[in-house]
Design a protein. Structure first.
Length: 206
């Protein structure tokens, strides 16, 4: 049976990962998760300071060809060696993560729906929609506590690339979603509807 591929997109700090974790908890070992962030391009040609100045919120920052290749492998039931991105170093690490194909494959990322070929591979497209002020507060907390960034660097990146790229690419991509989920995994009504919808689609598929 071909896996059911669920795309989860939305702005930074919108609650995409919370929704992903809620779905994983609902379907347990039957889910594989692929994070778009791990597919940032490797930039060994630049030093640290140069990498820190790159725009990581534009579509060209991602190695989408590799992601598409990996999604196709998972669709065929083949495991992948997913790259691992090092946020503190602003570069892809030398490690990889083995991800096995499961009946449900979730792919999560800010710019998923800005790419035609990725959209075409998603059976269900979900967009998590959250107020901008909530998203930036979550981003500051995450980047400082989990990714070793300074508050000043987070503020600078948000104003220079995150906010304008959200308005240019992320927000318009919402129109391609099958379902808009306010507040992500915290929306229990939407989560319950999603779980039932996914179960019906899996049963129909075999």
């Amino acid at each position: 049976m071909k896996p059911l591929v669920i795309g989860i997109a939305g702005g930074t700090g919108s609650g995409k990962t919370t929704l992903t974790r809620a779905l994983v908890a609902s379907f347990d070992e039957h889910v594989s998760v692929v994070y778009h962030d791990n597919y940032y391009k490797r930039r060994d040609d630049l030093n640290y300071d140069e990498r820190a100045l790159l725009n990581y919120d534009a579509p060209e920052a991602f190695d989408n060809e590799l992601l598409i290749q990996h999604l196709d492998q998972l669709a065929r039931g083949v495991s992948i060696e997913c790259p691992v991105y090092d946020y503190a170093d602003h570069n892809r690490s030398d490690e990889t993560l083995t991800i096995d194909s499961q009946p449900i494959v979730i792919v999560e990322g800010i710019l998923l729906f800005a790419e035609d070929e990725i959209c075409a591979r998603c059976d269900i497209k979900l967009f998590v929609d959250t107020d901008a002020d909530v998203r930036i507060l979550r981003r500051i907390k995450r980047d400082v506590l989990e990714r070793g960034r300074s508050v000043e660097s987070v503020e600078s990146q948000y104003l220079s690339t995150v906010k304008p790229m959200h308005e240019l690419y992320v927000e318009p991509s919402k129109r391609r979603a099958d379902l808009i989920v306010p507040e992500g995994g915290g929306n229990l009504v939407a989560l319950d509807m999603l779980v039932h919808r996914i179960n019906r689609q899996l049963e129909t598929a075999g």
